[in-house]
Design a protein. Structure first.
Length: 308
């Protein structure tokens, strides 16, 4: 009970800070043990960024986590890092933040729909996707709305090149961008697709609810046997023969090129994101302040975010 009260008071404090400091830079948050992390990205195992509820951002330098100042108390859903001085985060109400190596700045997107995923081939070519089929594109100067051809919610986005980009979402939605237009892709199995990743243009993995995993071999999509029925939320791999999927109930699956197998993981709440440098340096995030590291042998909880 005391933990729940503390979490509620913490959230109210964030909203009060926002009302006092907006639109100036908000002070770095003191993270409660229950901070919900929703997005993760990195450029190295000692340069990692996580984002989450009420504008929470924390950065890992290989030794400790430190909270970060930014310009919003809006829920952040996703983050994409090109380098230590080029990071973009997307969230509710059309919010997109940019870190230029010195500070976080709020960008003008011209939309108010919630954004759920972000990906780019370079800092001058970035896409963010969200509710009601929203797709916005950044060309290095400004964000502009792109026609997606759907009103379905879009959860995530990934590409192998500027002319090979996929966005996935609810109601079996998968869109492909060929460098000119976005087009609907027909899939062999119905699902709400939440995560997508590939090792190359002809080796993609798509995950969704009820344990659904699809694989693309360059010509067609086909179902894979995951062995589970849980909601699967995110996917990342070091190669096409070393792929990891996270989901509800502490779910982490590993694919070795032949079959999927559940990994031992000391946590039972939803795991919302995963990122790695290689198979010996993986990071997973989720509800309740979850931040875990995999060293190639076992998963272990990392340091709690440092208070400033």
């Amino acid at each position: 009970m005391l933990n729940k009260i503390f979490a509620i008071l913490s959230r109210l404090a964030v909203l009060l800070l926002y009302s006092l400091f907006s639109p100036a830079v908000l002070p770095a948050r003191d993270f409660s043990p229950g901070t919900e992390w929703t997005g993760i990205s990195g450029s190295a195992s000692n340069d990692l960024i996580v984002v989450g509820e009420y504008g929470a951002i924390s950065r890992f330098n290989g030794t400790r986590w430190s909270p970060v100042e930014n310009q919003t108390a809006t829920w952040l859903s996703a983050v994409f890092q090109f380098s230590s001085h080029a990071i973009f985060a997307a969230g509710y109400n059309g919010v997109i933040l940019h870190f230029n190596g010195t500070r976080w700045e709020k960008m003008e997107t011209g939309i108010t729909n919630d954004l759920n995923g972000i990906w780019g081939s370079s800092p001058e070519n970035i896409y963010a996707v969200g509710d009601r089929g929203t797709i916005v594109h950044y060309d290095g100067i400004r964000w502009s709305v792109v026609s997606s051809g759907t009103e379905n919610l879009l959860f995530n986005i990934w590409g192998s090149s500027p002319a090979d980009v996929y966005a996935c979402g609810g109601r079996s939605t998968l869109l492909h961008f060929n460098g000119q237009v976005w087009q609907r892709v027909l899939l062999p199995k119905e699902s709400h697709y939440v995560g997508i990743w590939g090792s190359r243009s002809d080796d993609l993995f798509l995950v969704g609810d009820a344990g659904v995993i699809l694989h693309f071999d360059g010509s067609s999509w086909s179902p894979m046997d995951s062995g589970v029925t849980d909601l699967l939320r995110a996917v990342w791999g070091s190669s096409g023969e070393d792929v990891y999927v996270t989901g509800d109930n502490g779910m982490i699956l590993r694919y070795n090129g032949n079959r999927w197998k559940r990994m031992a993981f000391p946590y039972q709440d939803p795991i919302r994101g995963i990122w790695g440098k290689d198979s010996n340096h993986l990071f997973a995030i989720g509800d309740g302040g979850t931040i875990f590291h995999y060293n190639g042998i076992r998963w272990k909880s990392l340091f709690k975010p440092e208070k400033k």
